[in-house]
Design a protein. Structure first.
Length: 79
């Protein structure tokens, strides 16, 4: 069985594949516009000292997301 976590729950250096993007209206559209889509590989790079925002590598670029945005993304974690 695969391990599914929210993007915000990943640890530094963990990676996986996006399996779903949740959220309502503008938030979901914003995530999809940034390339946070199903089947995209993602790697968790770092977390700000107070935990928000986080930085990920997605589709060859660095992306910073707020924790509430990252809570809307489910990731199948690579073992």
């Amino acid at each position: 069985m695969s391990d599914i976590k929210k993007l915000s729950e990943l640890g530094v250096g963990e990676s996986g594949i996006i399996v779903d993007t949740h959220g309502e209206g503008w938030l979901r559209k914003r995530l999809l516009d940034m390339g946070v889509t199903k089947s995209a590989p993602v790697k968790f790079k770092k977390r700000a000292p107070l935990g928000d925002p986080i930085e990920i590598t997605l589709r060859g670029y660095e992306l910073s997301l707020r924790k509430n945005e990252a809570d809307c993304v489910d990731v199948e974690v690579n073992k």
